[in-house]
Design a protein around this ligand. Structure first.
Ligand SMILES: *Cc1c(COP(=O)(O)O)cnc(C)c1O
Length: 355
């Protein structure tokens, strides 16, 4: 079965070497040596001023929403993975959806101001598929209305905007290191925050609120990642340039071979780099998508309907209609994209897609 993605496995002996360190240290979690090394290496690989690595990409979102959302309304995108919306609701805030740009698939900044009320506390937007949001426009609106900005940058490993890591933008930016993501630690994630006071709050929040063993700064949760996961991260990181290069080749191959007369891909933000984390195509209508999906499934190829359904329509969310997002969600398919995908399989995919 060819799936939409395939987890990158570093050579086993590379992972074993890192594990050996864990055994020698006899230290399995609570910010051990491997985690600290991973954070240092990520800081320099990504050129970021700060990083806190956590146990997944959802806890950082929840911490961000808890600290900045303050139980209010949060302006957010309906076109993302469910964790973007569920984190808002989980933290007793209210998601207020703003529709997306029909070609970039990121939140349509021109529609944000109309959604702001006196209860609005922040904007939580996703750089979907690694495509950078309209950061400057969003920032202007946030400043004007005294709102905080959180970016769900789960898809953005290695992405830069105007020569700087995209993780540097917003009050808080988060990433996921889940096994299906570009860079992974099995399960894992990270948070990026430049404000010292806010960073400190995030830091103690991810460790039960501890201030030393007997004292507490405040409320917290367990967002810590283990040394076994850090070992995986240290084993995958050295291969990242190779991984991105290989995916770039596949994306360029798709781009040169797909017949785009009745299909579209994504419009990337200007002044940004891309990490080839997903390859979405948008069909003319949902029937075509369903038919192609069925044909591909019949030859054991399993692309994914990322992201479907539009998040304003999921049962526990009472969102207003979002015509653009609902329409795109029905017509968009992410094609298989991973290191080691074979040309013969790509040919099979193209044959079906272009038929
Ligand atoms: C994967 C993902 C998350 C959640 O990350 P986990 O590490 O799986 O918890 C959040 N938002 C987006 C957009 C994602 O794709």
């Amino acid at each position: 079965m060819i799936n939409v993605t395939k987890t990158y496995f570093p050579p086993l002996d590379v992972y074993a070497k890192q594990l050996k360190r864990v055994w020698e240290n006899e230290w399995l979690t609570n910010r051990g040596e491997l985690l600290k090394e991973l954070e240092d290496k990520l800081k320099s690989y990504l050129s970021v001023s700060d990083i806190i690595v956590m146990n997944n990409g959802t806890i950082p979102l929840q911490i961000a929403v808890k600290l900045l959302g303050k139980g209010g309304e949060i302006i957010t995108t309906p076109f993302s993975y469910v964790a973007t919306t569920s984190s808002i609701i989980w933290e007793n805030c209210t998601p207020v959806f703003v529709d997306i740009h029909p070609e970039k698939f990121t939140i349509d900044y021109e529609k944000i101001e109309a959604a702001i009320t006196e209860k609005t506390t922040c904007i939580l937007a996703t750089h979907v598929f690694g495509n950078v949001c309209d950061i400057e426009e969003i920032d202007l609106i946030a400043k004007k209305h005294n709102l905080k900005v959180i970016y769900d940058a789960a898809h953005c490993f290695g992405v830069q905007y105007k020569g700087q890591s995209v993780f540097e933008y917003g009050d808080i930016s988060t990433c996921s290191f889940h096994a299906t993501k570009l860079f992974h630690t099995g399960e894992g994630g990270a948070v990026f925050c430049k404000d010292e006071t806010l960073r400190h709050q995030i830091y103690y929040s991810h460790n039960f609120g501890h201030n030393g063993p007997l004292d507490f700064h405040g409320l917290g949760i367990n967002g810590k990642i283990s040394e076994l996961h850090a070992a995986m991260g240290l084993s995958v990181l050295p291969y990242m340039d190779e991984i991105i290069e290989s995916r770039k080749k596949t994306v360029e191959w798709y781009q040169s071979r797909i017949d785009f007369t009745k299909k579209k891909s994504i419009k990337l933000k200007e002044n940004s780099t891309w990490n080839y984390s997903y390859y979405p195509i948008v069909f003319e209508n949902e029937n075509q998508l369903l038919q192609k999906l069925q044909e591909l499934n019949a030859i054991n190829i399993n692309p994914r309907r990322y992201f479907y359904p539009s998040l304003n329509t999921i049962p526990y969310v009472k969102g207003k209609p979002m015509p653009v997002s609902e329409d795109i969600a029905k017509r968009i398919l992410c094609l298989p994209l991973f290191v080691g995908i074979e040309e013969a399989d790509l040919e099979k995919i193209i044959t079906v897609i272009n038929r």
